[in-house]
Design a binder for this molecule. Structure first.
Ligand code: GDP
Ligand code: IMO
Ligand code: MG
Length: 421
């Protein structure tokens, strides 16, 4: 059996959570492979909306196992709040949620370091979600991190103190007020919440399950354009959000990757700082934000909105080896007379159709215009009800990218999903 990898092709918030929830019944295991509580994955069914940050989006289905992989960073406080919220809703997590011992822990002092670093950057700040992601991955690669498995060791508290004290030393470099101690009670309570679950060597577990013929869906967080290597550096997150990140973040050999399922919005959004060539900082962007409810699921910040960018999308497809495209939020564009798609960039007076080293050097995108579908499509339930203009939009993307669009999502609810043949 192979592992299918589902990931975002833009700057995050493509609707990954919704699609994972839709596809989960086809799999035995849903496994998150990177990121942490910077993610906000929204699912909607029975008129209720759920936002997950650390826990995989298969959790609402009774027969699926959910694994938090070694590539994930966990904030025990946020994790414990997620567990409480799910259990209050009647979701039984017992024997359904497994956590990798090799996943790293976000300490209160990581969060503070994140905030101090952003404050010191001033106008050049990344626009981080301030969840401590960067500092935690820095400690991981710097070989100083605390891992979930450490909580079962007798020297856990001394290791915690050692790292906290190191962070205090670093914090002397910043003029940033903080109080670690007032956050520690909730943090240690969160550690107890983690202890309730089975802590596993997830790479061994997942490979054994594959050997038994189980189907695994790897769930990515963030998006390709936020990848630490391939995103618009330094305005990126601190993990590998791309397909190869699933091999690292779960311990899966590359040959065992099956389908690569790339999720993208019918337009683009970005939250936080950094270049965004097709951004519409105008009435068009406002309209998309309003109709698409484009506000961050984790921070509530308004998302920057703009037209679909095919140069960037093709780049993401190349890096990930995408085999199927899933397009979300086409319903949001329904009111537009015409819709633009960027097919090239203008850089130094010349046209380019590949991603430049510095995305901020793009002077302006070169657009084509397509006819809109001035029709409410949110209750369309089958492929043949899709308006011609939207079909043309989809076919144009397929022709340009060479990858089939196999799912079209037309609303936040599970049921608002069309499978295309
Ligand atoms: P994720 O981080 O990729 O899981 O995406 P988010 O949950 O952060 O953001 C996607 C937002 O769009 C959420 O509010 C979803 O409920 C919503 N959504 C997902 N698919 C669709 C869709 O096809 N149409 C509309 N209108 N909303 C959608
Ligand atoms: P999901 O999984 C959208 C952005 C932040 C910031 C940059 C770095 O819901 O798609 P970080 O907190 O990682 O230091 O922030 O990355 N960012 C996201 N944007 N969706 C996300 O996750 C994001 N996770 C981080 O806004 O610009
Ligand atoms: Mg999100």
């Amino acid at each position: 059996m192979k592992v299918d990898v589902l990931l975002g092709l833009q700057w995050g918030d493509e609707g990954k959570g919704k699609v994972v929830d839709v596809l989960a019944p086809e799999y035995d295991i849903i496994a998150r492979f990177q990121g942490g509580p910077n993610a906000g994955h929204t699912l909607e069914f029975n008129s209720v909306k759920h936002v997950l940050h650390t826990i995989p989006s298969g959790v609402f289905h009774p027969h699926q196992l959910n694994v938090i992989g070694n590539g994930v960073v966990i904030d025990p406080v946020i994790f414990s709040l997620e567990v409480k919220a799910l259990e209050a809703m009647g979701v039984d997590l017992n024997n359904k949620l497994l956590i990798s011992k090799k996943a790293h822990l976000i300490l209160p002092s990581h969060r503070i370091l994140d905030a101090a670093s952003e404050a010191a950057k001033g106008v050049t700040k990344i626009g981080s979600t301030l969840k401590g992601i960067g500092p935690t991955y820095m400690d991981k690669t710097g070989r100083n991190g605390l891992r979930v498995g450490d909580i079962e060791m007798p020297d856990f508290i001394s290791k915690y103190r050692f790292l906290k004290d190191k962070h205090k030393e670093i914090l002397t470099l910043y003029k940033f007020p903080y109080n670690i101690e007032e956050q520690e009670k909730a943090w240690f309570e969160g550690i107890e919440a983690i202890r309730r679950f089975e802590l596993i060597d997830s790479e061994i577990f997942l490979n054994q399950q594959l050997g038994k013929g189980k189907k695994i869906l790897a769930e990515g967080a963030q998006g390709t354009l936020l990848d630490i290597d391939f995103g618009s550096y330094p305005y990126v997150t601190s993990s590998n959000t791309v397909c190869a990140g699933a091999c690292i973040g779960l311990g899966i050999e590359p040959k065992k990757v099956g389908e690569v399922l790339g999720v993208f919005k019918a337009y683009c959004t970005r939250v936080g700082s950094g270049p965004f060539p097709t951004e519409q900082d105008n009435e068009t962007g406002e309209t998309i934000r309003k109709i698409g409810h484009e506000f961050g699921a984790t921070t509530g910040r308004p998302r920057r909105c703009g037209w679909l960018d095919l140069v960037a999308l093709k780049y993401s497809i190349m890096i990930n080896g995408v085999t199927q495209l899933f397009m979300t939020k086409a319903d949001v564009l329904s009111g537009f007379e015409t819709i633009k798609i960027a097919i090239k960039y203008k850089i130094n007076g010349r046209e380019a159709d590949t991603m430049p080293y510095e995305l901020q050097n793009v002077e302006k995108p070169v657009y084509i215009e397509m006819k809109g579908w001035k029709k409410d499509i949110s209750s369309v339930t089958s492929q043949n009800e899709i308006p011609d203009a939207l079909n043309d939009y989809i076919k144009f993307i397929e022709k340009e990218t060479g990858v089939p669009v196999t799912i079209v999502s037309l609303g936040p609810d599970r049921r608002q999903t069309i499978f295309r043949k």
